[in-house]
Design a protein around this ligand. Sequence first.
Ligand code: ADP
Length: 456
Amino acid sequence: MLLYTALIILLLWAFQIVFLNTYYQQMKKASIIRAGTQILSHVGDEDFSSYLDRMAFDNHMCILILGEDGREQYSIDMLGRSCLIHTSAIRTIEDTLLPVLAGEEQKVVEIVEDRHFKFPNQALIYAQNAAGADGGRITLILNGTISPIGATQDLLENQLGMLTAILVVVAILISGLVGRRLTRPIKRINSRAKRLAEGDYRADFEGDGIEEMEQLAGTLNFAAEGLSRVEELRRELVANVSHDLKTPLTMIKAYAELIRDVTGNDPEKRDGQLEVIISEADRLTALVGDLIRVSRDEEAEREMVPERFDLSEEITTIVERFSQLCPDYQILLEGEGPFPVEADRRSISQVLYNLVSNAINYTGEDRKVTVRVKTERERFRVEICDSGAGIPKEEQALIWERYYRSRNTHQRPVAGSGLGLSIVRGALMKQGFPYGVESEPGMGSRFWFSLPKAGQ
Ligand code: ADP
């Protein structure tokens, strides 16, 4: 602001004071040259004499036209005593006129000092050779006036001085005010941001009505909200994972102690209890595996390699694996293969595994899960349905987030970490395959995704 004002003042001073005189003189010179050219273009006209009168009057100047022999042909004196070309003062400007009169120069335009007058004065002299009406050479001499602009300059200087002072004061005041208005919200946002960094996610940023500040405040509020959600999820995850780790560990310890102290010699009971230990250890392994995979972002980093394969083979393998793992669950398969698709095989197998494992975890009392493949025009749509409690509408968008777990804990055969669906989403999104969930509370859930058919 101050810089801008300084620039404007500088320009004003430059144009009004420094260049004023030069600019004025240039203007005067241009106008006398114009008058001279006009006069010369009328040489030979019938009413040339009265034309000269009018030009002299209009331009407030003296006109003298000399023939080649130096005799006066026309002479109009408009300026009286301040004229240089009609008085004896013409001697003082001999140096200016002689080159033209002698034919050495065609034209001269000069501002000369008028020394014959009492007060210092300046005059504008124009001399130009041209062809006369009879073909001989004539010399047109004009004497224009140059007003002394010193007084005007003083006045302008005075006014500009005052204007400069006013502008500087106003600029200082305005920049002070604007600065304070801008720095206040910046300081406030800054201190809130520090609190945010220290873990206070309630920080409420305000922009104080300044558009850019409002935008910044909005972005920071959004970031604070995101951070607070991540923090909440992190806390939930630690609670969930510790819970999921604790149960199998307690079971393993209890059964191991039981075998050592009581059933060690009873092969039947001992084998049954060892089975429990093994399956609990498997749960732990699955849970830790999930955690490692997601923390390394393995799926997200891995390059997807599309290949042609039969989706029905992949589905059968996974369904068989789960049927063995959870014999009291019924996993139904609907749809006649083969289903040739083009996709990254490993990631699709992971997607199926996670979705079927969730369906088993959350299905209803009937312990039924259905894996269905529907053939569409260019795609195969895979649906994994269960008969569980379903997912409320407001949770349906959230379940795909990493670490998100609904509050109703599950106590089912397959351990969960809140990571399964985020792995599913990552793999499908990366390959551009549509996916989703349809669910009504109490009516079970239907998770689906669709893969492009492999070309022939
Ligand atoms: P996890 O199952 O280990 O908790 P996921 O990422 O697989 O983690 O699932 C996230 C959440 O989505 C689950 O906690 C659960 O609330 C919900 N969810 C997933 N699958 C189902 C399903 N088939 N039926 C009901 N809720 C489900």
